[in-house]
Ligand binder design. Structure first.
Ligand code: NAP
Ligand code: GLV
Ligand code: GLV
Length: 325
C-alpha cells in the first residue's frame, strides 16, 4: 500500500471505492447532503486525489488548499463547478464521465418533453387529488410530439442522442451549435440554423450546451420573444443557461406553452420559486443521468481516472487533455 490519500465527497458505491483503495487510502464523506466548500477545503491538505460531484464548488482557492493534488475526478460530464483553467495551469488533470451518460440523459430529456407536451404530471396530480374528469373531447388536450419541429441547441454528445430520439418521432430536426456538423446533418437529416431562426421555428427547444461564459443566459428575455406561443422549452443542461426570471415571465404571460426542467438556477430551487406554482412546468431535481446502471459506470470511470493518475499514467477520461501536451 502506498501512502496516497483520496477524498471522495459522496458515497460512490463499494466497488468503485474498493478499486481506489487498491492504490490509496480513502476518506468518504458519508452524509447524504454535500459537504460545504469550507469542509472540502479543510479535508484537502494532505490529499493526492479528489473525487467530487457537480455540487462541489472546486474553486481556485480550494485547489490551492491541496498542495499534493494530482487529479480531480468528477462524477459528471459537465465541469462548470471546477476552475478547470486553474487546474490546467497547475498541471492537474480533471477527470469527468463523457459518453456513458449520453443516452440516459437524452432518455430523460425526452421523458420531460413528452411529459410537458402531453400534460402527464398535471393530469396525474389531478387524478391523485380526486379530480378524474370524465373523458371529454378536449379534456387534458396537449400538443402533438410526432411530426413536430425540435430545435436542439448544443449538438454535442447528448444533443445528438436527443436528435436520434426525435428522429424516431418523425420530428423535423433543427439545430444550433458553436460549429456546424455536416456529417450529423446528413445522418439525422438535421438543419443548421442561427440561434434566432431556430427559436422562431421550433415547437420544442431542447438545451444541450455546457455552461460557460458564452452560454450563461443564452436563453433570455429576447429569446422568449422570438419563440412560438406553443413552444415548450426543455432544459437538461444547466440552470444558468436560461435566465430563469425571463423564463418565469414568459410562462406566466403565456408567451410560451410550457417547460420541462431538470436543472435550475440555483439548485436546489428555492421552495417559494414561482416556477413551482406553474401547472405547465415539470421540474425534476437534476436526475438526467440517474439510472442505476449509468451511475455505477460513472463511478467506475472516476475510479479509473484516480488509479491512472496515482500510477503516473494519463487519465483515460480527461476534460483538460492540454495538461499532457
Ligand atoms: P458536449 O459533447 O461537450 O456538448 C456540448 C455542446 O454544446 C457542444 O456540441 C458545443 O458545440 C455546444 N456549445 C458550446 N457552446 C455553445 C454555444 N455558445 N452555442 C451553441 N452551442 C454551444 O457535452 P455533452 O456530453 O453533450 O453534455 C452537455 C451538457 O449537458 C454537460 O456539460 C452538462 O452541463 C449537461 N448534462 C446534464 C445532465 C443532467 O443530469 N441533467 C447530465 C449530463 C450532462 P460544438 O460541438 O459545436 O462546439
Ligand atoms: C450532469 O449534470 C453532468 O454534467 O454529468
Ligand atoms: C381512446 O381511448 C380511443 O379509443 O380513442
Amino acid at each position: 500500500m502506498t501512502n496516497y490519500r483520496t477524498l471522495i465527497t459522496r458515497d460512490i458505491g463499494e466497488k468503485a471505492i474498493a478499486s481506489i483503495q487498491k492504490i490509496s487510502e480513502v476518506d468518504v464523506w458519508l452524509e447524504s447532503t454535500p459537504p460545504s466548500a469550507e469542509q472540502i477545503k479543510q479535508s484537502l491538505k494532505d490529499v493526492d486525489a479528489l473525487v467530487c460531484m457537480l455540487t462541489d464548488p472546486i474553486s481556485r482557492e480550494i485547489i490551492e488548499s491541496a498542495p499534493k493534488l494530482k487529479v480531480i475526478s468528477q462524477m459528471a460530464v459537465g465541469t462548470d463547478n471546477i476552475d478547470v483553467a486553474f487546474a490546467t495551469q497547475k498541471k492537474i488533470p480533471v477527470g469527468h464521465t463523457p459518453d456513458v451518460l449520453s443516452n440516459t440523459t437524452a432518455d430523460f430529456a425526452f421523458a420531460l418533453l413528452l411529459a410537458v407536451a402531453r400534460r402527464v404530471v398535471e393530469s396525474h396530480n389531478a387524478v391523485h387529488q380526486g379530480n378524474w374528469q370524465p373523458w371529454g373531447p378536449y379534456v387534458w388536450s396537449g400538443h402533438d410530439v410526432t411530426g413536430s419541429t425540435i430545435g436542439i441547441i448544443g449538438m454535442g454528445r447528448i444533443g445528438q442522442a436527443m436528435a436520434r430520439r426525435a428522429a424516431g418521432f418523425d420530428m423535423k430536426i433543427l439545430y444550433h451549435s458553436r460549429t456546424r456538423k455536416p456529417e450529423i446533418e446528413n445522418k439525422l437529416d438535421a438543419e443548421f440554423l442561427s440561434l434566432d431562426a431556430l427559436l422562431e421555428r421550433s415547437d420544442f427547444i431542447s438545451l444541450h450546451t455546457f455552461l460557460s461564459e458564452d452560454t450563461h443566459h443564452l436563453i433570455n428575455k429576447k429569446s422568449f420573444q422570438l419563440m412560438k406561443e406553443n413552444a415548450i422549452l426543455i432544459n437538461t443542461a444547466r440552470g444558468a443557461v436560461v435566465d430563469q426570471k425571463a423564463l418565469i415571465d414568459a410562462l406566466q404571460s403565456g408567451k410560451i406553452a410550457g417547460a420541462g426542467l431538470d436543472v435550475s438556477d440555483p439548485e436546489p430551487i428555492h421552495p417559494t420559486d414561482p416556477l413551482l406554482n406553474l401547472p405547465n412546468v415539470v421540474i425534476t431535481p437534476h436526475i438526467g443521468s440517474a439510472s442505476i446502471q449509468t451511475r455505477k459506470r460513472m463511478a467506475m470511470m472516476m475510479a479509473e481516472n484516480v488509479t491512472a493518475a496515482l500510477s503516473g499514467k494519463e487519465i483515460p477520461y480527461c476534460a483538460n487533455p492540454q495538461v499532457y501536451s
